[in-house]
Ligand binder design. Sequence first.
Ligand code: FER
Length: 163
Amino acid sequence: MKNFIGTQMIYTYANGWEYEIYIKNEDTVDYRIHSGMVGGRWVKDQKMHLVELTKGVYKISWTEPTGTDVSLNFMLEDNKMHGVIFFPKWVHDHSEITVCYQNDHIALMEESREKYETYPKDVVDEFAAITYVKNVGINNENIISEAPYEGMADKIRTGSFYK
Ligand code: FER
C-alpha cells in the first residue's frame, strides 16, 4: 500500500473523459475532472475505501454527496485503470449543478439528490489509460488546489505546472 498512497495520476477513459486523482492518504482522495460529462468538477478530501487486490492492483471505492458511487481499479504495472461510475439520474439530467468546487456546495448536492430523480441510474464502466503517475507524498494540499482548465493536464505532464 505504501507505493500507492501518495500517488497522483491522470488518466483518459476509453470514452475520452480525462480525470486526475491524488491518493492523499489511506482513506482520502482529492480529484479534478478535466473533461467529460462533469468536466470542470473538482473535490478535496473525499473519503474512500482502499484495498490492494493483488500485487500492484489497487481498488478504491466511495459514495459522493451527490449520490454518485465510484469504484476504480488501478493496474499500475500496465498503466491501466478500470472504473465504474454509478450516476443517479439527476446528475445525468442536471450535470451542470455538480460542476463546481464541491467542497463549497455540499448542501446544494444533498438538496439536489433529494429534489431530483435517482433512478434509473446511469452505469458507466470503462477502461482508462494512465498518462501520468507520480508519488508526491501524503497529505500534500498543493497537488489539487485549483479548478481544472484547458491545458492544465498537459502542463502537469510536461512538468511546468507546479512551481
Ligand atoms: C473517476 C470517476 C468518477 C473519478 C471520480 C469520479 C477521480 C467522480 C465522479 C463524480 O463525482 O461525478 O475516475 O476519479
